[in-house]
Design a protein around this ligand. Structure first.
Ligand SMILES: [Cu+2]
Length: 163
């Protein structure tokens, strides 16, 4: 019996593979935790992949004279590490303010960088350089947390899952 099965499997290795891959994708999309059958195949699922530690994502911030460039302007609520780099020729810093919180890096000399880890709740945040006058020169931008995903439902959407 076993040999018959093996023969069968071998004969169908070509289309069998394709069918298996399809089944794997279906299982993955259904949210079941499969037996590792997928094994991280080359398919790209629609959900964003969490790399490494879940819940901590890096946002790159570049400070130049006199602008602030964020790698992302829309985030989900969660904990983020802002990797701030001063690429300008003046001293700069990054400050983030909103939803009742306020955090800032130390003042960075040209070429220096600093990391700032912040827990962000839904809301709109101002991100700017607190060095005198730089904000008015254009070193400011905004960051929206949680705004895009939830259209309806009000508060219930953000309660349960801590993503
Ligand atoms: Cu500045």
């Amino acid at each position: 019996m076993a040999t018959t099965l093996m023969k069968f499997a071998r004969r169908n290795v070509g289309p069998g593979l394709a069918a298996g891959a399809l089944a794997g994708i279906l299982v993955a999309c259904g949210g079941g935790n499969g037996y590792g059958g997928g094994g991280g195949g080359g398919s790209s699922p629609p959900a964003p992949a969490q790399n490494g530690k879940p819940g901590t994502t890096q946002v790159d911030v570049k400070l130049v004279d006199f602008k602030m460039e964020l790698s992302q302007h829309t985030l989900k609520a969660g904990t983020y590490t802002f990797a701030v780099k001063n690429d300008g020729s003046h001293t700069h810093a990054m400050e983030i303010q909103g939803s009742g919180t306020e955090h800032k890096t130390r003042t960075l000399s040209p070429g220096e960088s600093a990391n700032l880890t912040v827990s962000l709740k839904d809301g709109t945040y101002q991100v700017y350089c607190p060095v005198d006058g730089h904000k008015d020169l254009g070193m400011k931008t905004s960051l929206t947390v949680g705004g895009t995903a939830s259209t309806g439902g009000g508060t219930s959407t953000t309660n349960g899952n801590g993503y």
